[in-house]
Design a protein. Structure first.
Length: 419
């Protein structure tokens, strides 16, 4: 019987791909996450009012999706190591499209929560497979560069999400905003079907066996490279999620801005993220991945301190307004554009033979933390601005500590060779 380290060769033809198509597909698959969350943000106050739902119920439509997203990856990862990325992607995007239709037609808040949970399960298949594809096709440093290109595309997608969601919610209603997710899913599914053959060259038939899965999980979570880089991507995403979960209430309720203007504010955030991904690629050509992360960690920490200062000193001052709040957020997002490609590619670098499982564990940690943060935010929204400031400072502090005491001390290539 073959061991977990001796997977069976994939009986398939030569994979047909171009670098540009791979980056496009990765951008669309990874872009499912901001499309599903960011486009949804302007609808939160409207659906809360439309369903006469509580704040906790409204937040649950977001946090339940994220918990399902993270938890489902624990199944999707090993399944993709066993069956390949393509069948998991096609099945995931099909279920996503069906759940998007169900969300748009939901008769009550309970049905919407259930449909969003299913949507999170389907999204988990697509995003997990996208991260695993990077490890299938590229070595660690090159993978970080390709991931940053794909995340630049994600940033462009994110630029349109909140403005489109705000526009559709303002003029047509929140159901039309949720219906737009169906179009995105169908378009992405067609591209996968037509242009993606398979990236995994060796299937692991034992990937879902309990003993084999437990051995793989132990190997991954004991690896210091995985722990450091997974913690990095998790803390960075948690900081972003803190803003996403509070932003609609800060800008549209506390400040009284229209949902369309709120969407335009969010475009600046996406632009800063895109700039960060370009900075990441520029830095990787000149310095080590560890140095990139350390520099970005200190930038993140500065943004957290600045947000806290603005939250406590700003209200009532002549200079305080939406752009004052967005300043530290945009600084954080530039650093986020470095942390995510480095973190997501770095944590799976030591595991070419089980990249799906490693990607799943990383995604699970990100979403569990986001779920916990969303639950906390739902009970601390008496002042959304202070909830944002406290949360951002927490995660920006974690980022600089992880970068300095974790990532800085772990050579990613050396750890991969030792694994």
């Amino acid at each position: 019987m073959k061991s977990i380290d001796q997977p069976l060769p994939l009986q398939a033809g030569q994979i047909k791909r171009s670098p540009a198509m791979i980056v496009l597909l990765l951008a669309l698959l990874l872009g499912l996450q901001p499309v599903t969350t960011d486009l949804y943000l302007p609808t939160l106050p409207a659906l809360k009012q439309g369903f006469s739902a509580s704040m906790v119920q409204a937040q649950l439509t977001l946090t339940a999706l994220l918990l399902a997203f993270g938890t489902s990856q624990l199944f999707w990862g090993p399944l993709s190591d066993k069956w390949g990325r393509r069948p998991v992607l096609l099945g995931g995007i099909f279920v996503y499209a069906l759940s998007a239709v169900t969300c748009a037609l939901a008769p009550n808040i309970e049905a919407l929560i259930a449909a969003r949970t299913l949507q999170g399960v389907a999204m988990g298949a697509c995003v997990m497979a996208a991260r695993a594809i990077v490890r299938d096709l590229y070595e660690p440093i090159e993978g970080a560069k390709v991931m940053s290109q794909a995340l630049s595309g994600l940033g462009l997608i994110a630029c349109t999400c909140v403005p489109v969601g705000g526009f559709l919610t303002d003029f047509l209603g929140w159901r039309w905003a949720l219906s737009s997710l169906v179009l995105f899913a169908v378009s992405t599914g067609l591209l996968i079907y037509l242009y993606f053959d398979e990236s995994l060259q060796q299937l692991n038939p034992r990937a879902l066996e309990a003993k084999s899965l437990w051995a793989a999980t132990k190997k991954i979570i004991r690896n210091p490279t995985f722990l450091a880089y997974s913690a990095l991507s998790t803390a960075s995403y948690a900081g972003l999620f803190t803003f996403l979960a509070t932003s609609a209430f800060i800008f549209t309720q506390s400040m009284g801005l229209s949902k369309t203007f709120y969407g335009l504010l969010m475009v600046t955030m996406s632009f800063s993220y895109i700039v960060g991904t370009f900075i990441c690629r520029w830095l990787l050509l000149r310095i080590s991945i560890q140095s990139c992360v350390v520099y970005a960690g200190f930038v993140s920490f500065f943004s957290g301190l600045l947000m806290l200062l603005i939250a406590y000193a700003g209200p009532g001052q002549s200079w305080f307004g939406p752009w004052a709040v967005m300043l530290p957020i945009n600084v954080f997002l530039m650093a986020h554009g470095v942390h995510q490609p480095c973190g997501q590619s770095g944590c799976i670098a030591p595991f070419p033979e089980m990249a799906g499982t490693a990607s799943a564990l990383n995604g699970f940690s990100m979403m569990v933390v986001a779920f916990g943060m969303g639950t906390w935010i739902g009970t601390h929204m008496s002042d959304p601005l202070l909830a944002l400031a406290h949360g951002l400072l927490l995660w920006s502090s974690c980022l600089v500590l992880i970068a300095w005491f974790g990532v800085r001390k772990i050579p990613i290539i050396a750890q991969r060779e030792a694994a």
